[in-house]
Design a protein around this ligand. Structure first.
Ligand SMILES: NC(=O)C1=CN([C@@H]2O[C@H](COP(=O)(O)OP(=O)(O)OC[C@H]3O[C@@H](n4cnc5c(N)ncnc54)[C@H](OP(=O)(O)O)[C@@H]3O)[C@@H](O)[C@H]2O)C=CC1
Ligand SMILES: CC(C)(CO)C(=O)C(=O)O
Length: 315
């Protein structure tokens, strides 16, 4: 099975290196800056499960001329259109694409461009970022990846997903092949959106927030808004998922934060529109009180507008 991974960033780099470690046939589709970094340093993973290095194979978009069996999509949501253009030559009639982006709305776009039968569901829970030389820094002992067919996915995807699961099962990664992937993705959306909205709004980690006078009440309102929206959309989070979110979101000792806060504080663009605004708009449409999601999106959007204005004035 030939696997193409769009992006060798934090997520693509981590899961791609793990797949390569397990002997899978992996090629990264990267842009020139990342290609140069891979040529100079290879692909190094620093993980609490043990550090390792792989010698990656990569291509740039103009060199993709033949279909792959499976494409893993690991760009940020704001890069989706360019990424879809870049993978188009790799998408043959029987290729499937498995996105690992946070959020949900990219699924409709993928189905629109490639057809729902070629789109597989996927999500991951792992705190990971890139170091100064492009090394993958896995920040804590969580690295779960879930994937599985969506209602419209063609049946021949199953064998590929089983192979993917087989490779990942040879590594420490917590890999799960899921039957009801839309439910799984809604649950991830609920937990992540609550975490991203609250840690970005407060610019603090979970433990700092829930130790503050109003923090636990506001965190509860945010979780209720997200879970209520999922329920109104036909995907009430299961009790096991809610239990996990409560452990993650209300631990006064936790230094945990969303990758979106790392992006915000690192001066990078965020996926606020794709995650927080999308949940806010879905809450409104369903008549659910969005609670602190309004202030979180206002914070993220006004920060982005300011950055754009200041960039224009220095041009
Ligand atoms: N980091 C985390 O802890 C987690 C992230 N996620 C989600 O995973 C997704 C990816 O995040 P993350 O890995 O952190 O992001 P990164 O920014 O680290 O990686 C994204 C990569 O995609 C590449 N890319 C974008 N467009 C193209 C293109 N047209 N051609 C080739 N490469 C392209 C970028 O390349 P370039 O370097 O050239 O810009 C970059 O290396 C996001 O949706 C995020 O929310 C989910 C769980 C945890
Ligand atoms: C769940 C969590 C917090 C870690 O995977 C995440 O998805 C993110 O930070 O983007």
């Amino acid at each position: 099975m030939k696997i193409l991974i769009l992006g060798a960033g934090a997520i693509g780099g981590y899961f791609g290196a793990r797949l390569q470690q397990a002997g899978a046939d992996v090629t990264f589709l990267v842009r020139s800056r990342r290609a140069a970094q891979l040529a100079e340093h290879g692909l190094a993973v620093r993980s609490p499960f043990g550090d390792f290095d792989v010698q990656p194979r990569w291509v740039e978009a103009t060199a993709v001329r033949e279909p792959y069996d499976l494409v893993l999509l690991t760009c940020k949501a704001y890069d989706l259109d360019g990424a879809l253009e870049a993978i188009a030559p790799a998408m043959g009639p029987s290729t499937h694409v498995l996105p690992l982006l946070n959020g949900l709305s990219h699924l409709d776009r993928l189905a629109q461009v490639f057809g729902a039968e070629r789109v597989v569901g996927g999500c991951c829970s792992i705190p990971v970022t890139l170091g100064p030389k492009g090394e993958v820094l896995h920040l804590a002992k969580m690295h779960r990846i879930a994937f599985g067919p969506l209602p419209g996915t063609s049946p021949d995807a199953r064998a590929k997903l089983e192979q993917l699961h087989g490779f990942l099962s040879k590594t420490p990664v917590d890999s799960v092949l899921v039957d009801d992937m839309r439910q799984e993705m809604w649950e991830k959306f609920v937990g992540l959106c609550t975490l991203a909205a609250m840690t970005c709004l407060m610019r603090a980690a979970v433990g700092d927030i829930v130790s503050s006078e109003e923090g636990t009440a506001l965190m509860t309102e945010a979780l209720d808004a997200c879970a209520g929206t999922a329920t109104a959309n036909g995907h009430p989070p299961r009790e096991a998922a809610m239990g996990g979110f409560r452990r993650m979101l209300f631990d006064p000792a936790s230094a945990g934060m969303a990758s979106m806060l790392r992006d915000l504080e690192g001066g990078h663009r965020t996926e606020g529109r794709h995650v927080v605004a999308d949940m806010l708009h879905r809450a409104r449409a369903a008549g659910v009180d969005p609670g602190p999601l309004r202030a979180a999106w206002c914070h993220l959007e006004s920060h982005e507008l300011r950055a754009r204005r200041e960039a224009r004035s220095t041009e």
